[in-house]
Design a protein around this ligand. Structure first.
Ligand code: ZN
Length: 361
């Protein structure tokens, strides 16, 4: 994610913090200073929010470590002011696994809340709930209440909340993945609407959350739509067959010539009939800035390349684009280069398919 910094590594997963998170900290400092005009209340406020976000990290780790049990890695965890995001490499296809991964996060908050409750009850420190407020009351008890709230809030049956994923998985068992996602997304957006209206009357912060839920639901519906359009299509149908390849010792001046003469922006690099790298327009521009037009392709190309067989389903390739920095996939047919495919190709194909499908219905 742009605008985020790495905080550290937990269980082999990078934890990032987003720049907007510091706005939240600044807001906490300011509001506590206004309320108490004492350094102590500011320090407690910031300590509380940091401890709360530690719970959020543990919640995300719950998702990530459960996904790992099913062989799914997590690229990173990012902390945002509204909570955390665990960026899984992919979602499990099996609905039962999706339910387990989705439930693992809120379960962590339940366990934390139970632990705190057990401790507070044991030392006889529980105060009645009506003596608690957002900024007042015993630290640990407030933390317990917030963890209960986190578990409940995340179980709302709306994307991108964990409850939305559970709902989708349950629906998937009845109606298939694509229709289930569409239905779950509609329910999510309906809920967002209610939440937003409620927010207008009660608390403006809810409007902000409603917006976040609305966008999350729309994104999920969009990706399900794309999946249904891509299903049954092979890489061979979308690939570009009319393209130029370049050699590793071509100069960048030659690539400029080719770029200007046609519409191709990304080039496969071939040596002895084999694709050994890829030169995208971004690589070209960076190479030009660093070494000028006499640099060779070999010096600036990406050597980490992805390859697909001509008969492979297109959605598998789409996943490669979405989960890695990869911009161009070379397509082979019985080992020989048959074409290339990039995101533009796939989007073009989607557009055509959509129009043709609309005409049919
Ligand atoms: Zn979660």
């Amino acid at each position: 994610m742009k605008w985020s910094w790495k905080l550290g590594r937990l269980a082999g997963i990078d934890v990032h913090v987003h720049a907007t998170f510091f706005i939240l900290i600044a807001w906490i400092v300011l509001s506590h200073w206004r309320a108490g005009h004492s350094l102590a209340s500011v320090v407690t406020g910031v300590a509380f929010i940091l401890t709360l976000f530690l719970c959020v990290v543990l919640h995300e780790l719950g998702h990530a470590l459960t996904a790992r049990r099913y062989g799914i890695g997590t690229r990173y965890i990012t902390l945002l002011p509204i909570g955390g995001v665990a960026m899984l490499e992919r979602m499990p296809r099996d609905p039962k696994q999706e339910i387990a991964v989705a439930l693992a996060g809120p379960m962590v908050n339940v366990v934390i809340a139970l632990g705190l409750w057990g401790w507070l009850a044991a030392v006889n420190a529980l105060v009645p709930a009506d003596q608690l407020s957002v900024a007042g009351g015993p630290f640990l008890e407030r933390l317990m209440v917030v963890n209960i709230f986190l578990a409940l809030f995340n179980m709302l049956p709306a994307f991108p909340m964990d409850g939305g994923r559970v709902l989708r998985a349950i629906l998937t068992m009845r109606m298939g993945h694509v229709r289930a996602t569409r239905t779950a997304a509609s329910i999510g957006q309906g809920l967002a609407l209610v939440l937003g209206l409620f927010g207008l009357l009660v608390n403006p912060f809810l409007i902000f959350i409603a917006l976040f839920v609305w966008i999350g639901a729309a994104a999920e519906a969009g990706s399900a739509h794309m999946q249904s359009a891509l299903s049954g299509v092979t890489v061979g149908q979308a690939m570009l067959t009319d393209f130029h390849a370049i050699a590793p010792n071509d100069t960048l001046a030659r690539v400029i010539e080719l770029t200007l003469a046609g519409t191709q922006k990304d080039f496969p690099v071939m040596a002895e009939e084999r694709v050994i790298g890829v030169l995208t327009q971004t690589d070209l521009l960076q190479g030009l800035r660093a070494g000028g037009e006499h640099s060779t392709v070999n010096e600036v190309m990406q050597k980490d390349i992805h390859n697909a067989d001509i008969a492979e389903p297109l959605d598998a390739v789409m996943e490669k684009f979405q989960t890695s920095e990869c911009r161009l996939v070379s397509v082979t047919s019985s080992g020989r280069l048959a074409g290339i495919v990039n995101l533009d190709n796939i989007l073009e194909l989607l557009q055509f398919q959509e129009i043709l499908q609309e005409r049919e219905t």
